[in-house]
Design a protein around this ligand. Structure first.
Ligand SMILES: Cc1cc2nc3c(=O)[nH]c(=O)nc-3n(C[C@H](O)[C@H](O)[C@H](O)COP(=O)(O)O)c2cc1C
Length: 157
């Protein structure tokens, strides 16, 4: 059994739904997901092992070309990453959003990758399709850890 740590935010439930389905899929590949939703547990703590982040885009107005770059509502994920230099253990970020937002689609995760210097891995829309669960699950196998780590919730608990 390997272990995959995920730090994410979900405000209206789409990302939580994706992470839950990803968790079920990865369990069939002998990978146990340990996930923290910073909306539910906003008090940051030091994260002592490598992890992947998931971030849906919430931007203020605009079009993502001339304006509309300002993050709203999701800044507590940035706060969590800044706390205790947690961002240094983030191995990459996955963006999501709604393609109706055109150039702003999944833009906040791209902004975080640039700001914190970790890779932008990929994106999915809304709750993601089953194909995206399989595709992203395959991608994330590379970041699974050989042992669980104390800072991350034990899904059995
Ligand atoms: C006020 C508001 C602003 C949004 N801005 C964007 C945006 O700029 N780009 C984008 O791709 N999606 C945008 N979305 C769509 C959300 O990112 C999308 O619904 C996402 O799946 C929400 O994830 P969650 O349910 O896990 O919170 C916005 C949604 C709302 C309600």
């Amino acid at each position: 059994m390997k272990h995959l740590n995920i730090l994410y935010i979900s405000l209206s439930g789409n990302t939580t739904n994706f992470v839950e389905r990803l968790t079920q899929h990865l369990a069939t590949l002998d990978v146990c997901v340990h996930a923290i939703n910073v909306k539910a547990t906003p008090d940051p703590k030091p994260l002592d092992a490598p992890f992947v982040s998931f971030l849906p885009a919430f931007l203020k107005g605009g079009n993502g070309v001339n304006n509309g770059y300002t993050e709203i509502l999701t800044g507590i994920l940035a706060d969590y990453l800044v706390y205790a230099d947690n961002y240094k253990r983030c191995v990459g970020i996955i963006g999501s959003g709604n393609r109706n937002f055109n150039k702003q689609f999944a833009l906040t995760a791209k902004q975080y990758a640039q700001r914190f210097g970790f890779p932008y891995l990929t994106e999915f829309e809304l709750r993601g399709s089953e194909n995206e669960i399989v595709r992203i699950g395959q991608m994330l196998l590379a970041y699974a850890q050989p042992t669980p780590s104390a800072a991350w919730p034990n899904p059995e608990a």
